[in-house]
Design a protein around this ligand. Structure first.
Ligand code: NAD
Length: 363
């Protein structure tokens, strides 16, 4: 089993990764001296797919298990659902020594992580992500949170898990669209930090996109998580370099919001955002044209839905003003100086942003 460590000034934790890693959960619980009840949170779809198996795997441990099912989708990431979970924890006598186990995609990971961060001032958390997006990105790095009606992820905390368990076999029940949305984050890692990963994606796209080979997926997951672990280890609270993980997200978030979070999956919006950020990078004289074309070509293979005509340059600009990454000194941009090399800048004018948006919208 591969093991990657996230090392922070105040703590360190492992990410375990292997096909069938789920079967080894009892050993890992023993290794991490978990002897307390497990409060397992999953959305209804993931519960239907994996809960029985998880219960069977855990049965020999003899640990008391409690299960909570959230609604499916982003609508579960609210204070109202968190409050329901607090009630369930209290009714089932959870205390600070109990463990929350998040089984699911980024939504459940963020929500269950937020509950773990806040219930009785903090409980231990185990992340078992089941979407590609969650395995390469959201389960690592400690950001947990919920949405407010005025914006996504506005309420949250940094709360790191005891460990993360990545089992590529859990991804085999995802549909193609969900896989492509997760691959967008993989493409992002290639763009910002790893040219070899980018080349691997370009050369082996069809095998990778069809999740043909669990060993190959394991390699992809460990590459991505190693990058994230390194970046988070250097800058846990996103005071600087961690922001490079937001490549493509400035415009991506605006696109998601402009379409009422109903047209694009997160990764699909990021795929459009990465093309626009690459375009801006060329315009600023940072990125060679041929690298720009390679980024566009890979993003197009993610086949995100087209941007609807109702989305305008003005609406995107206005939404970007309200982005969390926008502050009094302006919008922070993640641009590329080469494939595999990102840089941060606030030196992008409104005219330059508008031009990149017009190009993206093809108007
Ligand atoms: P998600 O959790 O809603 O999962 C997507 C869908 O896939 C759901 O319908 C779910 O039921 C289903 N699903 C999950 N695992 C499955 C499996 N193995 N087989 C079949 N279906 C499965 O969405 P997501 O894309 O995983 O995550 C998106 C969320 O992640 C957003 O809320 C975003 O804000 C958050 N996020 C957080 C971070 C972070 O650092 N904390 C980073 C990126 C994204």
């Amino acid at each position: 089993m591969k093991e990657i460590r996230v090392t922070l000034p105040h703590l360190t934790y492992p990410i375990y990764c292997a096909p069938s890693a789920l079967e080894r959960l009892p050993d890992l619980l023993h290794r991490h001296q978990v002897h307390e009840p497990l409060y397992i949170i999953a959305d209804r779809r993931v519960a239907d797919l994996y809960e029985q198996r998880l219960a069977a795997v855990l049965q020999p441990t003899g640990l008391p298990l409690f299960f909570y099912h959230t609604p499916v989708g982003e609508s579960a990431k609210t204070l109202a659902v968190a409050e329901e979970i607090y009630t369930w924890l209290i009714q089932n006598r959870a205390d600070r020594s109990s463990i929350i186990l998040a089984l699911g995609g980024g939504v459940v990971g963020d929500l269950a992580g937020f509950v773990a961060a806040t219930f009785m001032r903090g409980m231990r958390l185990i992340q078992i992500p089941t979407t590609l997006l969650a395995q390469v990105d959201s389960s690592v790095g400690g950001k947990v949170g919920i949405n407010h009606r005025l914006g996504k992820n506005l309420i949250g905390a940094f709360h790191h898990p005891l460990f993360v368990l990545l089992d590529p076999l859990l991804l085999f029940t995802l549909d193609e669209r969900q896989v492509a949305a997760g691959l967008a984050e993989v493409v992002k890692y290639g763009c910002i930090s790893d040219q070899e990963l980018f080349d691997r994606l370009s050369d082996g796209w069809s095998d990778i996109a069809h999740l043909q080979d669990p060993q190959q997926i394991q390699q992809l997951l460990t590459t991505c998580c190693s990058i994230k672990a390194r970046v988070v280890g250097d800058d846990e609270k996103e005071r600087g370099i961690r922001a490079i993980l937001n490549f493509g997200h400035t415009i991506g978030h605006a696109l998601e919001a402009a379409t009422g979070f109903s047209t694009f999956l997160h990764g699909e919006a990021v795929a459009h955002g990465m093309r626009a950020a690459a375009r801006l990078s060329v315009h600023k004289g940072l990125l060679p044209q041929q690298d720009f074309l390679r980024v566009c070509s890979l993003c197009e293979r993610l086949t995100p839905p087209s941007i609807p005509d109702s989305v305008t340059e003005e609406s995107l600009l206005s939404l970007m003003l309200h982005d969390k990454k926008h502050n009094r000194s302006g919008q922070q941009w993640v641009l590329l100086s080469a494939i595999g090399q990102a840089c941060l800048t606030r030196q992008v004018t409104l005219e330059e942003t508008s031009a990149a948006l017009r190009w993206l919208l093809d108007r």
